[in-house]
Design a binder for this molecule. Structure first.
Ligand code: MSP
Length: 501
């Protein structure tokens, strides 16, 4: 097994504020990083996120904010970093595409591919809407009008630079056929394969004339053009770890990435453009790409233009950070689309967090205070002849770590959480069936001790796993259960009252 783990999120566009969709991918990457730090040690994990700051969208947003592009991106990029802080995201590096370390590598990539003959000058022809600064296909510009603003489009021809994607199509197909685990989940792998089998790739236009768009990285061999934003953006995954760095500080250590995470909207860029770019550069490919589903609002995609975006900060203010993280990871299997609703959060909160986890922790603390004066009793279960129920719980404690680990090795967050909640449910059921208040009444001290100690062992095992998913809660549990004494705090998740119908 490799003893390092390099994981990335997409670098997000800074033309709008971050919403729950962005936070989803980033929290997922955070959980996998925390998990791998535990397995491999913290120095062997690198978690990269960042912001995508060039291109027309950003330039336009800066114009309407009446700021220079640079001032605008400085301001908006900060929003992302601040949000990650509020969400407890443990990234190791944050890359911005306007940073020198990135610009340098993009230009080097362009130079190599140009020298090699994989980038050539050509004519780009299309229907262009000048006010919207957008090219449209014949099929989109019905009646010669821009589908966005309904003004007439113009046919323009301009000189641009192209990357020879087309010559690598057969290579890519062959590579994917040999590496079915390169794209996850399997449905996305099939989708990519079908796309490549049914379509002929066109070469990719990778430049924009400066007179039309100025906000980008100049092509080193044609400074009157800037780089197309996607060609610039993908390179972040290698520029952040110092590719082509003469000192070789990082590259040989971190590249190739073990996992690129994203949603399905940008699958093709990561499974077609990016592998071909790397192959043309003679750089190793990442080990895997995982494209998860979308969070929708009332079955509709969330977007700024639809005006239905949800601000993660509002959610954590209302429900707490850990309820938010838990809901995202538990409610929908990673890879599928999900519907986001506050009722959904409240439901998970009240049932899984308040009733199951919160209740187990609180009632156990209460019993330790009541029956043992707050001291944690010592019991060696190995020396006891346990009944079947107790043995079942002990076995579940034993293999919890391996169940969580094997689920996370498949990026299956909800399955990992299910395994943890199975143990919690078992422990709660055990309390109800054992009726400890009767043991106390009958003065069965030994039985009571064993009973309590088992609950404590469950809670310790659970809280150890929760460190990965909901670290604040895990810490709070660990603080309440000391080595020898307990220190009961407030309930972890006080129930949220909902209006009765
Ligand atoms: N800048 C490009 C990515 C370049 S990567 C080299 C970009 N940025 S983006 O701001 O639009 O972010 C897209 C990503 O944000 C998605 O792939 C996903 O990770 C996340 N999400 C945005 N909206 C989402 C949902 N509604 N649901 C789930 N994830 C979403 O594309």
């Amino acid at each position: 097994m490799e003893n390092k783990f390099y994981i990335t999120t997409p670098i997000y566009y800074v033309n709008a504020s971050p919403h729950i969709g962005h936070s989803y991918t980033t929290i997922a990457a955070d959980v996998l990083s925390r998990f791998k730090r535990r397995v491999l040690g913290k120095d062997n994990v690198r978690f990269l996120t960042g912001t995508d700051e060039h291109g027309q969208k950003i330039q336009k947003a800066a114009d309407s904010a009446k700021l220079s592009a640079q001032d605008f991106v400085d301001k908006t990029s900060l929003q992302f970093r601040n949000l990650w802080k509020s969400l407890g995201v443990s990234y190791d590096d944050f890359i911005r595409t306007t940073e020198e370390r990135h610009v340098k590598v993009v230009q080097k990539v362009l130079e190599i591919l140009f020298k090699k003959g994989d980038i050539y000058e050509g004519k780009y022809e299309g229907l262009y809407c000048t006010p919207c600064e957008t090219f449209w296909l014949e099929s989109q510009a019905i009646g010669g009008l821009c589908p966005d603003c309904q003004r007439p489009v113009e046919r323009i021809v301009e000189s641009n630079y192209f990357f020879k994607l087309s010559i690598y199509q057969d290579w890519l197909l062959g590579f994917l056929k040999e590496n079915p685990n390169f794209i996850k989940p399997a449905s996305r792998y099939e989708e990519t394969l079908r796309f490549l089998e049914l379509n002929k790739l066109n070469d990719l236009c990778i430049s924009r004339p400066k007179e039309r768009l100025n906000w980008g990285i100049p092509l080193p061999f044609a400074p009157e053009h800037v780089t197309y934003v996607w060609f610039d953006a993908l390179v972040n995954y290698i520029s952040a770890v110092g590719e082509f760095d003469s000192q070789d500080n990082y590259q040989s250590r971190w590249w190739p990435a073990e996992l690129h995470l994203m949603a399905k909207d940008i699958l093709r860029q990561h499974t077609v453009y990016w592998p071909i770019m790397l192959h043309a550069l003679n750089i190793e490919l990442p080990k895997a790409v995982f494209a998860h589903g979308w969070w929708m609002i009332n079955e509709d995609k969330m977007s700024k233009s639809r005006g239905n975006v949800v601000n993660p900060l509002e959610m954590i203010e209302k429900y707490g950070l850990d309820a938010y993280r838990y809901f995202l990871l538990r409610d929908v299997p990673f890879g599928l689309d999900g519907n986001f609703s506050e009722e959904g959060i409240v439901k998970r909160y009240n049932s899984d967090l308040a009733n199951d986890l919160g209740n187990l922790v609180y009632r156990t603390l209460t019993m330790i205070e009541k029956y043992f004066d707050g001291s944690i009793p010592n019991v060696d279960f190995n020396k006891l002849k346990n009944d079947q129920k107790v043995s079942n719980i002990l076995a579940k404690i034993q293999n919890l770590d391996s169940r969580v680990s094997s689920a996370l090795d498949k990026q299956d967050f909800s399955l990992a959480l299910e395994a943890i909640w199975e143990l919690i449910a078992m422990a709660n059921k055990h309390v109800e069936e054992t009726k400890p208040w009767n043991l106390a009444k009958e003065n069965k001290q030994e039985e009571l001790k064993e009973f309590i100690r088992l609950l404590i062992d469950v809670i310790r095992a659970v809280s150890r796993q929760l460190e990965i998913f909901i670290p604040q809660t895990a810490l709070s549990i660990q603080e309440q259960f000391g080595e020898e004494k307990v220190k009961k705090g407030n309930p972890l998740f006080p129930r949220i009252e909902t209006k009765k119908k």
